[in-house]
Design a protein around this ligand. Structure first.
Ligand code: MG
Length: 356
């Protein structure tokens, strides 16, 4: 196997007609340093994964922003501990997930990498992209936002220029100069914004004041305004806010969706949190059944995981699938943004092909 010129990955042994897993660390380089309310960085560790079965190949990846608690070491140790060769039928997705959950409780990005590669493999065996297998209309995929991180006025202006093709700007907040940041953006464009406070507003009255202020400035919604533990305060805010309140850090997997419904209007589903597409699909369906809105997000990732997520885009009200645009060393070709909208690749599987 070769993803790139980065050398041969670790090979796992497998019998013929059995799933064979291989993987390789790959460091993602960010175009701009990524500044959040509580951290800053210029690279993101990643592990590329490949699953082979009867001449078919599926690709996946694990992206590990440090705040999620996973690392190249924890992901490669988890992947090394798996014996996927025990599954002679790769269509046993549910069994494979149950097995992975029995091996370790957490390691969600590592599990997502296997899940994405498995979906890619199965889609290729069936000769169909996953949006078709799920019966979804690709024309219903929403526009994606483009993220403007916390930065100096000069860099923010430059990023707004770079974001010209995108219909919605996502603004990272949670510092003292939040209003200044929006004023700079509004001096350049009147396109709608959405706001992600990343738990950075620790006072509910301040959060409510910000929601009113933002509602007057063409803002669509506010993501994770308060710390995730502050469920009662978030419910208080939701009752009064003119803008929808979206859960991100608050929730990870399927059992969290019902809890989120108590305090949030919407959930942000990300494959690296949900352990991949299998559970992400169930989360989207459950959230809609509970009357919530669905946002589809991502980490900094290559076009591999982004294309996988794009398969679910017709189930989402809002998409934030710009992780591949934020890196300078993408080694997959896949999901494209056409006229600001998510355009799902018309290829079997997850729709991504390695170009490295
Ligand atoms: Mg967020």
């Amino acid at each position: 196997m070769s993803f790139s010129a980065y050398g041969e990955p670790v090979k796992k042994t497998a019998k013929s007609g059995r799933l064979s897993l291989s993987f390789e660390p790959y460091e993602l380089k960010l175009r701009h340093s990524f500044n959040l309310a509580k951290s800053s960085r210029t690279t993101t560790p990643d592990v590329l994964v490949r699953l082979d079965y009867d001449g078919f190949t599926g690709y996946g990846e694990a992206s590990m922003p440090p705040y999620l608690g996973e690392s190249v070491k924890s992901v490669t140790e988890f992947l090394s501990s798996l014996d996927l060769g025990q599954f002679s039928d790769p269509f046993r997705i549910e069994d494979i997930h149950e097995y992975m959950d029995s091996v370790a409780a957490d390691n969600r990005a590592a599990k997502a990498s296997v899940d994405i590669a498995l979906h890619d493999l199965l889609g290729k065996i069936m000769g169909q992209p996953w949006y078709k297998i799920w019966g979804l209309d690709p024309g219903k995929a929403p526009c994606t936002s483009f993220t403007i991180g916390i930065d100096t006025a000069e860099v923010v202006r430059k990023k707004v220029d770079e974001a010209e093709p995108y219909k919605v700007l996502k603004v990272k907040m949670g510092l003292d100069n939040d209003k200044e940041l929006v004023d700079i953006i509004r001096s350049k464009t009147d396109r709608p914004i959405c706001v992600d406070a990343n738990q950075g507003w620790d006072d509910r009255e301040r959060a409510l004041e910000m929601c009113h202020w933002l509602a007057e400035r063409n803002c669509l919604f506010v993501e994770q305004p308060l710390p995730k533990e502050r469920i009662d305060d978030t419910a208080w805010l939701r009752e009064r806010s003119p803008l929808p309140i979206v859960a991100d850090e608050f929730l990870q997997r399927l059992p969290d969706v019902r809890r989120a419904a108590q305090a949030y209007d919407a959930i942000n589903i990300k494959l690296m949190k949900s352990t991949g597409l299998h559970e992400a699909y169930k989360m989207a369906v459950l959230a809609r059944g509970l009357g919530m809105k669905v946002m589809l997000g991502c980490m900094t990732e290559t076009s591999c995981a982004i294309s996988a997520a794009s398969q679910l885009a017709p189930l989402a009200d809002w998409a934030d699938l710009d992780g591949n645009l934020l890196i300078s060393n993408d080694i997959f070709d896949g999901m494209k943004i056409v006229d600001g909208r998510v355009s799902i690749p018309d290829r079997p599987g997850i729709g991504a092909i390695p170009v490295g």
